[in-house]
Write a protein that binds this ligand. Structure first.
Ligand code: SF4
Ligand code: SF4
Length: 234
């Protein structure tokens, strides 16, 4: 099985949240009690039982309302800082699947809160989550159990708009670059976020920070994160 990747084209996302629900359903994660916070985004953030979250960002620009959607999840980094840090502090719950490149957490392994904070702090996209009750860490699994059976990840399978895509990394990179060229004609600021070192590649048309604070790691952040991991390892 080849190296895999996601391509998330935010220009096609309608914020239906089908991906978020499909993720919950496939992973048998319970619903989260939500409250109206003045946004359609619910729940408020990723959690131990929410691996996929459609983030809503609403603001005014040049007198016009702007609404951006960002179907957030683990980036399945090519060199995952979370794994490097975990190994350096003797936490044995993170593995990387050799065939697909998926970065996999074992929620059954207990992790001390201070170690979890170290691991979460190493992720430039602020993804890992921990549960006080079980003491385990969890996040997106790339639906490894589905893809080993030749199925698409649940979020991709359910997406009705073509925003979520998944496949062999080479093909996904080619698809993302082709779409970027097309989108740039209308939105010159369009870019692919961190595509060289992640397996979840987002296409955005504006400053990534307008979508979500942790939408993109600039190269310096990522390198700093890796250096910090190496220092811990070293
Ligand atoms: S996005 Fe964060 S949690 Fe996911 S593999 Fe990369 S460092 Fe680890
Ligand atoms: S299923 Fe597709 S269109 Fe719906 S919120 Fe997720 S990415 Fe957007």
């Amino acid at each position: 099985m080849a190296d895999k990747s996601f391509f998330i084209d935010t220009t096609r996302c309608t914020a239906c949240r089908g991906c978020q629900i499909a993720c919950k359903q496939w992973n048998m994660n319970p619903a989260t009690k939500t409250v109206q916070r003045g946004s359609h985004q619910n729940p408020e953030d990723l959690s131990y039982v929410t691996y996929k979250l459609v983030r809503f960002s609403e603001f005014e620009q040049d007198g016009k309302p702007v609404w951006y959607f960002f179907a957030d999840q683990c980036r399945h980094c090519t060199t995952p800082p979370c794994k490097i840090v975990a190994e350096s502090i003797n936490v044995k719950s993170i593995k990387q699947d050799e065939a697909t490149g998926a970065v996999l957490y074992d929620p059954k392994v207990k992790v001390k809160e201070k170690d979890y904070k170290e691991i979460r702090g190493s992720c430039p996209w602020d993804i890992p989550r921990w549960d006080e009750k079980t003491q385990g860490m969890a996040k997106c699994t790339m639906c490894i159990d589905r893809i080993k059976e030749g199925l698409l990840p649940a979020c991709v399978k359910t997406c009705p708009s073509g925003a979520m895509n998944f496949g062999d990394r080479e093909q996904i990179l080619a698809m993302a670059k082709e779409r970027l060229d097309e989108v740039k004609k209308k939105y010159p600021k369009a870019e692919l976020l961190n595509h060289d070192f992640v397996r979840t590649i987002f296409l955005v048309v504006d400053d990534p920070k307008k979508y979500h604070k942790f939408a993109a790691a600039n190269d310096d952040t990522f390198v700093a994160s890796l250096n910090r991991s190496s220092v811990l390892v070293g």
